[in-house]
Ligand binder design. Structure first.
Ligand code: PGA
Length: 233
């Protein structure tokens, strides 16, 4: 199982370092052998030696250069970071990243062998328009992406479920995951309002290979409980 925490614009560098140390202690104490990923805010990235894999929430498709406000490969290399999150709905919908831009980031970091967590998911109006419209929409998010890339992890995150406390039913998650597995054999995570109270049942579903957790992962204790569930599934 793969258990990932997207810390978004939360936790300072100091807080992040304490958070990661708490996870490391838990992993060691409980002999956890699941893959645990943490995506801190860009300014909280740091070198880390341990079981937890640290990834960037975003980076530009460049080594360096004139791209104000962005970071590039040099900045990730400085901390030995080889994992990146691409296509999160907040970047697609709030920050306006296009599929074309995401493909360019994907290809750039794929060439470098990065582990890529690539997010897909539909907004509410697409879901309400019926399964065909919804699946067609999600299919567009696979365009230009090498779905057989060996270091690819896909995260299905319905936009309307992110940070809202709403989730699809367990049957819906399983059905969509089963459909999406037809598009790529990469590990497939579910994300969107996963918390301590529902993580276990989500992790138990067929074709769910892990979870990507936002708000509920901000407390190391809660995230550790979810890591423990993954270990038990
Ligand atoms: P959430 O966020 O768990 O707060 O819904 C998930 C995500 O955005 O990856």
């Amino acid at each position: 199982m793969i258990i990932a925490a997207n810390l978004k614009t939360n936790l300072t560098r100091k807080e992040t370092s304490t958070y990661i140390e708490e996870l490391e202690s838990y992993i060691k104490a409980k002999n956890i052998f699941q893959e645990v990923l943490v995506f801190p805010a860009t300014s909280s990235l740091n070198e880390h030696n341990g079981k937890v894999i640290i990834g960037a929430q975003n980076a530009y498709a460049t080594k360096n250069g004139a791209f104000t406000g962005e970071i590039g490969l040099d900045h990730l290399d400085e901390f030995g970071i080889k994992t990146i999150l691409i296509g999160h709905s907040e970047r697609r919908h709030t920050l306006g990243e296009t599929q074309e831009e995401l493909v360019s980031k994907f290809n750039y970091y794929k060439e470098l062998g990065f582990k890529i967590v690539y997010c897909v998911g539909e907004p509410l109006e697409k879901r309400e328009a019926g399964k065909e419209v919804m699946m067609d929409y999600i299919s567009t998010q696979y365009e230009g992406i090498d779905t057989e890339y060996k270091n690819l992890i896909i995260a299905y995150e319905p936009v309307w479920a992110i940070g809202t406390g709403l989730t699809p039913t367990l049957e819906d998650i399983e059905a969509i995951h089963t459909d999406l597995k037809g598009k790529s054999t990469a590990p497939l995570l579910y994300g969107g309002s996963v918390k301590v109270t529902n993580a276990k049942e989500v992790l138990e579903l067929n074709n769910v290979d892990g979870v990507l957790v936002g708000s509920a992962a901000l407390y190391a204790e809660h995230f550790c409980s979810m890591i423990q569930y993954a270990q038990e599934v």
